[in-house]
Design a protein around this ligand. Structure first.
Ligand SMILES: [Zn+2]
Length: 263
């Protein structure tokens, strides 16, 4: 169920266990992939997981199940499309907000939901720069008794098994998912140039410290990793891995008792 496509009456009558809030970015993804890549991938994972969540049948009966024993659904909210991306500021089209703004906006947006009976939230993230601020937003949301809910943050490319080590930026993983979900937005004719201009590693590391605050310091075209190594078939596998992980997480989030000590 997509929240933005539903009416308020549909939403009132729905049996919703959990909300997936996609969180992305608007930032350079090399010469071959769109600025909205992180939002597109986050939405794709959230929607695949919501479909799978609603149709799963093999879960043990949890205390939050309905009287008839059925699971409810997962709702996918509108995506939050601008995140913590200042590190890409040298590249045209990149937009960003300060981490404080991001945390406050994300937390407030999620706080709208418990009043409608949706008190479990998973932020479904597609951008590495959002990870820290999003984890903090989930903690703030969960600790504030006024919100009356519980949230966690999930980053899809950390939940794809051995593939995760190849993440890079606009590299094989993101390119693969886009080729599977939005091939019309991938510039195949620029793929070799994207690969040839890419760097292998994210950052400039000394004694565990990244000396580079901005990505332009270590990649001229914005790409880290080999985008040609991510075909559509790999993209579908990544979507399966990430959405399955999200379904498992959502089940645990729904069944978990919220920490009520602050109430
Ligand atoms: Zn990205």
């Amino acid at each position: 169920m997509r929240l933005a496509d539903a009416t308020w009456t549909d939403t009132r009558d729905a049996d919703v266990d959990v909300a997936f809030v996609p969180v992305g970015s608007t930032e350079q993804h090399g010469p071959h992939a769109p600025l909205g890549t992180d939002t597109l991938t986050a939405v794709a994972v959230a929607e695949a997981a919501a479909t799978a969540y609603g149709s799963r049948m093999d879960e043990p009966a949890g205390e939050r199940r309905d009287d008839d024993g059925d699971r409810g659904d997962a709702v996918v909210t509108p995506a939050i499309p601008v995140g913590v991306s200042e590190e890409h500021r040298a590249f045209d089209g990149t937009m960003w907000v300060r981490p404080d703004t991001f945390r406050a906006y994300v937390t407030d947006a999620a706080a709208s939901l418990p009043g409608h009976g949706v008190d479990r939230v998973v932020f479904v993230n597609g951008h590495g720069g959002n990870v820290e601020a999003l984890a903090e937003a989930a903690r703030r949301f969960s600790r504030n008794p006024d919100h009356g809910g519980y949230a966690v943050a999930f980053t899809w490319f950390k939940a794809v098994g051995d593939h995760a080590s190849e993440m890079g930026h606009a590299g094989p993983l993101e390119t693969a998912v886009l080729r599977a979900t939005h091939p019309e937005l991938v510039h195949e004719d620029r793929m070799e140039a994207a690969r040839d201009g890419a760097t292998d590693d994210w950052g400039e590391w000394v004694s565990g410290v990244n000396l580079a605050h901005d990505t332009e310091e270590f990649t001229a075209n914005g790409v880290v990793g080999d985008p040609t190594a991510g075909d559509a078939d790999r993209g579908r596998k990544l979507l399966d891995l990430a959405s399955n992980a999200l379904v498992t997480l959502a089940g645990a989030v729904v069944d978990r008792e919220r920490n009520e000590r602050n109430n």
